[in-house]
Design a protein. Sequence first.
Length: 256
Amino acid sequence: MKIGISSLCLLRRSLDDIIKVMIEESSLWEVVDEGEHALDRERIRKLKEAGLEFTVHGRFSDVNTATIMSDLRKAFLKIYKKSIKNAYLLDAKIWVLHAGIRSPLGFFYPELEKKKNLEFVRKLARYAYDLGVTIAVENVIEPGLIRKISEMEEFLSDIGLESVKACIDVGHFFIIEKDAFDKISTLRDEIVLFHLHDNDGINDSHLGIGKGCINWDKLLDLISEIHFRGNLILEMYSIEDARNSLKKLSKKRYKE
């Protein structure tokens, strides 16, 4: 099990300018493939030269895998496939996806929206599989379609593909299901990644570990009990919080 940091904490700075910081802070990073950190071939070359290990978080702004609109589906599919290809070129084996948000139109057609979401992710999964990339579907908050663990279970069962697994975002989980961490164990064989950050149970504030209300001892015990061997990614809004959280987890011996 390895602990890494999400580039979300440095998203206001150009990816080209933070590679030195990345090398200094952690050997494992999750690159947020949008905004100032949007990947291209030159950036991928520089990152690979840094000798780090990566996962990639697909774009989550202004896109929606569950859109009912056919013209938007075509555009979004192109965007997502490009990001999966970027993950492949970066030698990242995991690509994180926010799978579906409830749209104003989807409010009137919830079953159609659900169907389109499954169809869309299946298309992505086939593309990712051919490149050797696993899609890690992340649990989100409102207006996301996959918020609860039960919804994640249903989605993965309906998808039924080995190339689609789960990314459990602990901060999002706490907002939706509070401290009922035992629910996570039902997905023990499907989880390939955890996103770790703290909050007050109401706001998705991406705080450092210990700055919110999450019972981290209970959560980390659960991660140990399910024999998780994947990556833990610290997804904070500030590099200081990520750095301090990395030190805290290292002291608890949850680092490989």
